[in-house]
Design a protein around this ligand. Structure first.
Ligand code: ACO
Length: 359
């Protein structure tokens, strides 16, 4: 299909492989299940960025450098004025990130990785009338994010769950936001510009903005016995069911199960998980009936919604949390694209009117 570039191969990458038929995600030579739940975000970042920056710190040094970057970008929170506080979290975070200088070096990359992690809790707190909390460079990235959000140290199990999430979503082939980031990177505009392009593409509900609406759907359905009626009415209105379907996966998205396991370890929301599983089963059954020729399965966003809800992020901030993880993929892809040295410039077929012939 021309409009969606389905099946078009637009890049070679060493970063990740998405096998939509097998339901398999490989990130830099590792199966997702061997990384998610076993690797911190800083370790995943070191893995993803390996070879893309000559001065990349290794071992504990990367986590420390990321901690210092969190402290450095906190200065930009001063730009959070009443106008931005009144915007959606993703628009406020995007505006703050646009204040960062462009560049193609490691320092720029670290600031970009740190920025959504620092700005998102600051925006959420400001919207609640609370003062933003400064980062603590000595904490792990995930633990510091939760502390900046809640104002108290998070239990380790919660920091582990957030790490699992950030690692799970850090890269996923040539998805819409990563392609956008690579297009901008190919013009040599700089990493900040590439990341802002990715962030803007992530904002749409067909890509990274689905988990907030998943919560709205779960809240509106209310109880499992209402699921079929509610979901059928939504489809009859022409709505898409948020958290289901994927351009590449024809089987279950492997990220959904990685996140479901992380929710299980949190324990706190077992009732909500059981209810959500019942809604998921009803949705899959209805999608099978209504779209028998498609294979519409649960995607990453369904369990993202439950995990981030359990960690006390408000639903309208979920896309910002996605960006905390995916910024890593955007930066790595941008560096890979720049190294290829080739401007991305496809062609179009003109189907408009021919010029008028002179009489
Ligand atoms: N609910 C109902 N119908 C759906 C859904 C859904 N969630 N997803 C696809 N379909 C239907 C379409 O209406 C279309 O039907 P038609 O052929 O009768 O017109 C058909 O299935 C298209 O299927 P695909 O080609 O497989 O889907 P496409 O690649 O166009 O869309 C997308 C993929 C955008 C993710 C879609 O499944 C969707 O809108 N899902 C809901 C939003 C969502 O969960 N987004 C997050 C995706 S994951 C991520 O990006 C991180």
């Amino acid at each position: 299909m021309m409009g969606g570039l389905d099946d078009v191969v637009a890049a070679q990458t060493v970063l990740s492989e998405v096998d939509g038929a097998a339901g398999r995600l490989i990130i830099r030579g590792h199966r997702l299940d061997d990384l998610a739940g076993h690797t911190t975000f800083a370790e995943a970042a070191e893995l993803m960025l390996d070879g893309f920056f000559p001065d990349l710190p290794s071992g504990g040094d990367f986590a420390a450098a990321l901690g210092r970057a969190r402290v450095a970008v906190f200065a930009e929170v001063a730009g959070l004025d009443a106008t931005l506080i009144g915007r959606s979290p993703i628009e406020a975070v995007r505006a703050l990130m646009a204040r960062l200088a462009d560049g193609d070096d490691l320092a720029t990359a670290l600031r970009l990785l740190a920025a959504p992690a620092v700005f998102t809790p600051a925006v959420i707190r400001a919207q609640r009338g609370l003062a933003p909390l400064a980062p603590d460079a000595s904490l792990s990235h995930a633990a510091d994010i939760l502390r900046m959000l809640k104002g108290v140290a998070a239990p380790e199990v919660q920091a582990e769950a957030l790490d699992t999430y950030l690692v799970t979503v850090c890269d996923h082939g040539l998805n819409a936001s990563t392609f956008a980031a690579r297009v901008v990177a190919s013009t040599q505009a700089g990493l900040t510009s590439a990341v802002l392009a990715g962030l803007s593409a992530l904002k749409g509900p067909l890509h990274g903005c689905a988990p907030g609406p998943v919560i709205e759907m779960l809240d509106a359905i209310g109880e499992a016995s209402n699921a079929r009626t509610w979901l059928e009415a939504a489809l009859a209105r022409g709505d898409r069911l948020m958290g289901f379907g994927h351009r590449i996966y024809r089987v279950r998205d492997p990220r959904a199960d990685a996140l479901k396991r992380a929710i299980g370890k949190l324990g706190a929301s077992a009732g909500r998980l059981a209810y959500s599983e019942a809604v998921e089963a009803a949705a899959l059954a209805i999608l099978r009936e209504r779209k028998p020729t498609r294979s519409l399965q649960t995607n990453v966003e369904f369990y993202t919604a439950l995990l981030l809800e359990a960690l006390a992020f408000p639903p309208d901030s979920f896309t910002c949390v996605f960006a905390m993880g995916r910024t890593l993929g955007w930066i790595a892809h941008a560096q890979e694209q720049i190294a290829s040295g080739r401007l991305i410039r496809p062609q179009s077929v003109y189907v408009g009117p021919a010029p008028q012939q002179a009489a």
